[in-house]
Write a protein that binds this ligand. Structure first.
Ligand code: KG4
Ligand code: ZN
Length: 331
């Protein structure tokens, strides 16, 4: 099966073409037009600006994907598109283009949840997943622990009560005067830390599987206000360690509670090297040992290949006129 996938939920316009055959994925093209440089100017995504950029970029990335994959539209078996969650006007651009292409080319259209797409970035590894599995999705807008009974049967068993982990990276970076997006900046600077600053680990010991990161943000703000000369790498490593500690502790608690057999990391924050290392370590330390999947770096942040992977496994297409954006679509 050949899948064309589109993703425009936030600030990346992306088109990918994948082959799915004999239960293995091959990514033939995964083209991304990033808006990061533009959003650096405002220190974050302005939805109206993002949507206009998608309008400019989406057809060129679709063309680039076809050129790179060396595939003609006739060869496409299905089209998959992110319909939510995300920014409503950004989502609309991808969905409208997908509807038009599906209508004109007479292809079935599959509506994909962005978060199930992040989890599906792991399917591109073509490795075995044993169920029940546990996914930790950490992105700019979401922090969720997802119990996966089988492909598509997902239940959120823990989530953030306020800021998402990525949002915490971005907001604390802003407090420190670093560029958007803050996550990569913080992880880059943290490498040079000599003596990481200790910050609170919110809800580390609470018996539930939920998260809260807004207190950490406030702690960083007070630290900045109360200390004239700060050594940025120490602060960055302190933030990174506090976030990773809470994420790992709750993942372990959930894995033990539900006796899961595979752990999956997903979302933009999965690009963080310290979190990747600790997540792998956590899987090894569980009894019985749990297998562990972490997406390739290029499939952590937003792109359409992951949407294609999720879309390839969906059973039923959605009638064209029923494909609607849902900015708050929950897993
Ligand atoms: O999944 P994603 O690309 O977009 C959403 O669906 O939100 O995630 C973006 C988030 C941003 O908050 C960004 O700061 C964070 O992922 N991120 C990182 C790293 N790379 C991206 N956070 C920590 N360390 C990184 N290396
Ligand atoms: Zn995302």
């Amino acid at each position: 099966m050949i899948v064309l996938a589109l993703e425009t939920s936030c600030d990346e316009s992306s088109a990918a073409i994948l082959r799915y055959a004999n239960k293995k994925f091959t990514v033939l093209a995964n083209c991304v037009a990033s808006q990061i440089e533009l959003h650096k100017i405002t220190g974050g995504v302005v939805p109206e600006v993002a949507a206009r950029e998608h309008v400019k970029n989406i057809l060129p990335v679709v063309e680039a994907a076809f050129a790179e994959a060396k595939i003609k539209p006739e060869k496409i078996d299905r089209i998959a598109v992110t319909t939510g969650p995300g920014l409503i006007t950004s989502l609309m651009v991808g969905v409208q283009v997908a509807q038009v292409l599906a209508g004109v080319w007479k292809k079935p259209l599959f509506s994909v949840n962005h978060l199930s797409g992040h989890l599906a970035a792991n399917f591109l590894l073509n490795k075995k997943i044993t169920y029940p599995a546990l996914g930790l999705i950490v992105s700019g807008g979401h922090t969720e622990l997802v119990l996966m009974k089988k492909i598509g049967a997902y239940k959120v068993i823990g989530s953030t009560r306020d800021d998402a982990a990525g949002e915490c990276f971005d907001k604390t970076a802003k407090i420190l005067g670093l560029a958007y997006p803050g996550g990569p900046e913080i992880s880059r600077l943290a490498v040079a830390a000599k003596n990481p600053v200790w910050f609170p680990r919110p809800m580390l010991d609470s018996p539930d599987l939920d998260f809260s990161f807004s207190g950490l943000k406030t702690a960083v703000l007070y630290y900045k206000q109360n200390n004239k000369a700060i050594f940025l790498p120490n602060v960055c490593a302190g933030i990174e360690q506090a976030i990773a500690d809470v994420l790992i502790a709750k993942t372990k608690r959930a894995a033990e509670k539900y006796q899961v057999k595979t752990l999956l990391l997903a979302g933009g924050v999965a690009a963080n090297p310290e979190l990747r290392r600790q997540f792998l370590q956590a899987a090894k330390s569980l009894i019985p040992k749990t297998s562990c999947l972490i997406p390739d770096l290029k499939y952590c942040t937003d792109q359409a290949a992951m949407i294609g992977a999720a879309g390839a496994l969906l059973k039923k297409p959605t009638p064209l006129h029923k494909v609607l954006v849902d900015p708050n679509w929950e897993l």
